[in-house]
Write a protein that binds this ligand. Structure first.
Ligand SMILES: *[C@@H]1O[C@H](CO)[C@@H](O)[C@H](O)[C@H]1NC(C)=O
Ligand SMILES: *[C@@H]1O[C@H](CO)[C@@H](O)[C@H](O)[C@H]1NC(C)=O
Length: 331
C-alpha cells in the first residue's frame, strides 16, 4: 500500500519536472551503457592485441640466457571459461602465457593436448631447451580425490563460518581448481626426478603469470638473483601481514580469504622440492580425513608452520618476481 501510494506520487510531478526526470534517467542510462560497452570493448581490444603479439612472434634468436636452472609451468583446462564467477577462457590464459613462454630459459611445460601447438609455436628456436609433457587433467594423482573434495565442500562443517563460501571463491566449490593448484608440487617433483636439463635448481611459474601485463624481461633473459644462495630451501614471496601472523589461527585459515604465500612463483633446489612434496602428500591425506580442502596457498602456510627452515620467505607482491629475482635489467 505504502509503496503504491509513493509510486503514484512520482507520477504527480508537474509535466516540466517529469520531462527533466525522464531526460536525466535517459542520460544516465546512455552513459552507463556506453561505459559498460567501453569496458567490454577494452577487453576485446586487449585480447586482439595479445593474439596479434603471439601470431607475429618470430621465435627465439641466438642463445644469450642462463641455462643452469629449470622453469616449470603448466596450462591445463579445467573449464574455467564456463564458470559463473571468476571466469576466464582457456584462450585468454594462452594469451597470458605467451609472456612466460618467451623466457629464454630451460622450460618444462605441462599442457593438455589441445594447448600443445601453441607451446610449440612460442618455443620455436628453443626446442632444445623446451620439454613439453602432454598432461591429461584426469590423470593427475590428486584427481582421484575429486569425489571426496566435492563431498567436503558440500558438508555443513566445511560451509560453516567459511568466508570463501560467502564470497563464492572458486577454491571453496570447484574441486578441479584445488586439484590443479595442489598439483604444482607434483609437477615439480616429476621434473626434479626426470630432470630433463640436468640442473640442480628449479622454479615454478604459473602459466598465466602477469595476467597479460608486460612485467617479464623484454629480451627474455633471466639471471636469477637472491635464489641460488638458498638451494636447500624453497623461496616464496610473502605478502603482508606475513605468514607468522596467522599461526595462532592455523586451524581455520582454510576458511579465511587471505593470500599470504604467493603460489604463482616459487623456487628451490631439487632436495627441498622433494621434501615439500612429501609433506604436502601427508597433509592432503589429513585434509581428506578431517574434511578440509583448500588451494595450494593455504597448504604452503601449513607446511611452513610444520617446518619453517624449509622456507625462504621474501617480502613481495604478485607482480614482483622479476623485480625481486632478476639481476638482468632490461627496462
Ligand atoms: C648458474 O650459473 C651462474 C653463472 O655462471 C652461477 O653464478 C650460478 O651460481 C649457477 N647456478 C646454479 C644453480 O648452478
Ligand atoms: C638442438 O640440438 C641438436 C643436437 O644437439 C642440434 O643439431 C640442433 O642444431 C639444436 N637446435 C637448436 C635450435 O639449437
Amino acid at each position: 500500500m505504502r509503496a503504491g501510494s509513493r509510486s503514484r506520487k512520482m507520477f504527480h510531478l508537474s509535466p516540466a519536472r517529469r520531462k527533466v526526470a525522464i531526460t536525466t534517467a535517459a542520460i544516465v542510462f546512455i552513459l552507463m551503457t556506453m561505459t559498460l560497452y567501453r569496458w567490454g570493448y577494452q577487453n576485446e581490444k586487449k585480447t586482439m592485441e595479445d593474439a596479434y603479439m603471439a601470431m607475429s612472434w618470430e621465435g627465439f634468436g641466438p642463445e644469450r640466457g642462463l641455462y643452469n636452472f629449470t622453469v616449470v609451468t603448466a596450462m591445463v583446462d579445467i573449464g574455467r571459461g564456463s564458470w559463473g564467477q571468476q571466469r576466464r577462457t582457456y584462450n585468454t590464459y594462452l594469451m597470458y602465457m605467451q609472456r612466460v613462454l618467451r623466457l629464454d630459459v630451460n622450460m618444462v611445460v605441462f599442457v593438455d593436448a589441445k594447448g600443445k601447438p601453441f607451446i610449440d609455436w612460442m618455443r620455436r628456436g628453443r626446442e632444445n631447451r623446451t620439454n613439453i609433457v602432454v598432461q591429461d587433467f584426469k590423470a593427475l594423482p590428486y584427481y582421484k580425490l575429486r569425489g571426496r573434495m566435492s563431498e567436503i565442500m558440500k558438508s555443513p562443517e566445511y560451509q560453516q563460518d567459511n568466508e570463501l563460501v560467502w564470497k563464492q571463491l572458486c577454491e571453496s566449490y570447484i574441486p578441479e581448481y584445488d586439484i590443479l593448484q595442489l598439483s604444482k608440487l607434483y609437477f615439480m617433483d616429476r621434473v626434479v626426478r626426470d630432470n630433463p636439463f640436468g640442473t640442480t635448481y628449479f622454479m615454478w611459474m604459473d602459466g598465466g603469470y602477469g595476467h597479460g601485463h608486460d612485467i617479464h624481461p623484454s629480451d627474455g633473459v633471466w639471471v636469477p638473483k637472491g635464489l641460488f644462495d638458498h638451494p636447500d630451501q624453497v623461496t616464496f614471496m610473502e605478502r603482508p601481514p606475513g605468514v607468522r601472523k596467522f599461526e595462532p589461527v592455523k586451524h581455520k585459515i582454510h576458511k579465511m580469504s587471505i593470500n599470504i604465500l604467493a603460489g604463482l612463483f616459487f623456487a628451490g633446489g631439487g632436495g627441498a622440492f622433494k621434501e615439500l612434496y612429501d609433506m604436502q602428500k601427508k597433509q592432503v591425506e589429513t585434509w581428506m580425513q578431517e574434511g578440509v580442502v583448500d588451494d595450494d596457498q593455504t597448504m604452503y602456510m601449513l607446511l611452513y608452520y610444520k617446518k619453517p627452515s624449509l622456507f625462504h620467505l621474501v617480502p613481495g607482491d604478485w607482480y614482483d618476481v622479476f623485480s625481486l629475482f632478476n639481476s638482468h635489467v632490461t627496462r
